[in-house]
Design a protein around this ligand. Structure first.
Ligand SMILES: [Zn+2]
Length: 372
């Protein structure tokens, strides 16, 4: 065998070993949208069963409608457009339940042990005339069933879109507060950051925070660092979705550090939305090195065709994060979970034990955090 072939084989082996190591890590995903977590196979089945009109019923031909493909130029609005297509498949309450269950099953398969899944009840309700409560209850019921079937703890966040008016946003906040004793732990602001400021949502988000909900805001993704400042100062965000463009302003980075705001970074998504120009320039590691609380998440596994293991691979291979640093980011995720302090402490003990082990990393004790 030539030296070149030996070199190639050794490289493939190293990559396989790295993937296995990362796959085995017990994971935390704080930023994953239910609407972006639909299996392509399920999408085709729902379309056939319920007569959803599609340009094609072949999974491969549907792929470009759902997923960002490699020949597509990175674009924030094109990325958001995929959600409009996916919303057509939440056509029946049973479909919503199935998609929610499968989203958790897929996370568990990737060794995610703690998942905060976010969804927008308006998207899911309005197209078919369901009320918000019906949608929320179906999602809760599906994730609770999945928690029984898989070794994973799941909490839910409710998402409001920036283009919503105050009336509908206020109704969503009231629903979120009503279900805080049933898995709903946080409120999220998402959508078109370029054309809609977060500022009009300050009062509602402050009300949600006073009611005990955690606050996270998509910011510093399509708009600059000032958008992050608004989210932190006015909406009192505990966490920021993405926040990559905080790197444009030292005073905003200082604000994040002072307030202990955790950044939910999603490397592949950040490239596809053009929030970051090149993956090697992603600020994840630089933020980590200057002491900002950073975590790695998936955002939309179906749209980005990714898993959390894939995102860890990108972090290590392309951004230069080390495996010990990945472990620290996982623990940062645990500390930023929207859980009561006692549950969070128990979760941290279990993750610390599992991450300190080497061969047993894929296993966490079976007991649920809330029961421990
Ligand atoms: Zn997101």
């Amino acid at each position: 065998m030539s030296d070149l072939n030996k070199y190639r084989i050794a490289k493939i082996k190293r990559r396989t070993n790295l993937r296995q190591t990362l796959q085995n890590l017990p994971k935390v995903d704080l930023h994953r949208h239910l609407e972006g977590s639909l299996r392509l196979s399920t999408l085709a089945e729902i379309a056939c069963e319920h007569g959803v009109d599609l340009p094609s019923y072949d999974i491969e031909e549907l792929r470009p409608y759902v997923q960002v493909t490699t020949d597509e130029p990175p674009d924030f609005h094109a990325f958001l457009e995929k959600f409009n297509f996916l919303a057509r498949f939440y056509s029946k309450l049973d479909c919503i339940e199935r998609i929610s269950y499968e989203a958790v099953a897929d996370a568990a398969q990737d060794n995610v042990k703690y998942l905060e899944l976010r969804f927008n009840p308006v998207t899911l309700a309005l197209s078919q005339g369901f009320c918000f409560e019906e949608v929320v209850e179906r999602v809760i019921s599906a994730v609770k069933k999945a928690e029984q079937d898989f070794d994973i703890t799941v909490k839910l966040l409710i998402t409001i879109r920036r283009d919503y008016d105050q009336d509908i946003s206020s109704r969503i906040v009231d629903v979120a507060i009503r279900y805080t004793d049933q898995s709903i732990v946080g409120l999220d602001l998402a959508g078109d950051e370029v054309h809609y400021s977060a500022q009009p949502f300050a009062r509602l988000f402050n009300k949600a925070k006073e009611a005990g909900l955690g606050i996270t805001v998509h910011a510093g993704e399509a708009a600059g660092a000032e958008s992050v400042r608004t989210a932190v100062e006015l909406l009192k965000a505990d966490r920021i979705g993405h926040g990559v463009r905080a790197s444009e302003d030292l005073t905003v980075m200082d604000l994040i550090r002072e307030k202990g705001v955790t950044l939910e970074m999603c490397p592949t998504s950040n490239i596809q939305t053009a929030a970051v120009k090149a993956i090697t320039r992603h600020p994840l590691r630089a933020f980590f090195q200057i002491g900002l609380p950073v975590t790695i998440n998936t955002d939309d596994p179906s749209i980005s065709n990714t898993t959390l293991t894939d995102e860890y691979m990108v972090a290590v291979r392309d951004i230069g994060v080390t495996v010990p640093e990945i472990k620290q980011m996982i623990l940062t995720g645990v500390r930023a979970a929207f859980l009561p302090p006692s549950e969070k402490e128990q979760l941290e003990v279990r993750f610390t034990e599992a991450l300190n082990g080497s061969k047993e990393e894929s296993q966490l004790p079976r007991a649920k955090y809330s029961e421990a």
